[in-house]
Design a binder for this molecule. Sequence first.
Ligand SMILES: [Zn+2]
Length: 400
Amino acid sequence: MESNDILITGARVWESHHDSIGSRALPLRIRNGRILAVGSDALAMGRVPATIDLPGRFLVPGLIDAHVHLELDPGLSTPAEQLAVAPSERRRAMAARARAMLERGITTARDCGGGFYHEHDLRSLIDAGDQLGPRLVCCGQPLTIPEGHCAFWGGVISSPAEIERVVARQVERGSDWIKVMATGGVFTPGSRPRDTQFDADALAAIVAAARREGRPVAAHCHGTAGIAAALRAGVRTIEHASFAGMDGFGTQLDEGLMRELAEREVWVSPTVNAGWLGRMSDATGGPSDFYRRLSSCLRLQRSHGVRFIASSDAGIPGVFHHDLALGLQAMQAYAELRPVEVLRAATVDAAEALGLGQETGRIAVGLSADLVVLRADPTLALEALVDPEAVVFRGRFVRR
Ligand SMILES: [Zn+2]
C-alpha cells in the first residue's frame, strides 16, 4: 500500500458525542491509514508531505450499512433469477456494487448472507487494497430450516444435531458473524414473515455454537414471537424487527418486548430503505397504511429506548447497494429522529454494534481514517450525505 501522510485543513469536523458541528475548522493528520491527530496537535507534528485544504467543507466518519447482501442483484425479483446468474458475472457485479458503495461514502458494511462466499473473497481483495469497496463483515450462509427463508443459499438445519456443523462451516469459510433466520421472510416463496422458524432451544443452541467460535449472532426477525425468542437466546442484533402479526408488518406491537430489547441492550437494525420515502402517503395524499404502521413501530421502540443501527437490506428487489444515504432520510422520517441521531446510527453506533468501535465509526485519534467530505452540514439535514464530494478510506482518497 502507498505510504500516506496527509494534513487536512479547513474543514469542520463532526465529533460524534456532539449534537452539532463546531463553527471552527479542525485540522486532521492522517498517517498510514490512521488518524494521528485531530485539532491543534495535528499542526505540531513535524513536516507534512501533503496538505489538502477543504475550506467550507464538513467531515463525518465513513458511513456503515449494517445489513446488505452483496450477492443479490436488486434488479432481479426472484431467488430463481438470482441463482441463475453465472458465477463470473456475479463476482464482477459484486465488485462493482462494492466500489459504488465506497464512492457514496459507505466505508463499512456487514453482509448479512449469501450462498457462495464470494463476498468473503471480495473482503480479502479490499483488505489487500486490490479492489475498491467498504470494509466487509461477512455472515456467510444464513441458518434456516428446510424450505425456510433463504434455504436456497444452503445454510439449512434439518435437526438440532446439525447446528454445530452448519455453524462450523460458516466459520471455516471465514465468516465473522453467524446469521440466523429466526422467522420467515418476504423474499422466499412459501415463507411467511410472521412465522417462527426455530424454537427457543434451537436458537439458544445456535447462539451457544456461535459463541464457542467467538462469533456474534444476527437474527432476521419479522414476527413478534421470533423477535422475543431471538432476544432471549442472546443474539447481538435483531434485523428488521417489524413486529409482524396476522395483518402484516407493525400489526403486533409489544411494548413489554420493546422494553426488554432496550434493557438487554440488543441492537435493532430496522432495514429502512430508500424506497420507503415513496411509500409515505397514499393515493389521497394522506399518510399511507404502510407509513402509519412502520412509523409507530419505530417510534414506539424509540420511546422505550431501543438502540437502532442504520441498515438497508440492499440487494433485495429495488434496493440498491449505494443508496444508504437515501434510506437514512427515510429512517429519520419514519422514526422521527433528529438528523444527528440517524448519523450516529450510521457511524459510531453501528461500529459499536458490529464490534468495530475501536476501528472505525468516529473521527478520533488511533482509528482508521474513514471519512466523508461533504458540502453541507448533515446534522442540519441528512440530504448532505447523498452526494459526497470526496471519500477517504483507510487514509486514501477514493473519490475527489
Ligand atoms: Zn437481508
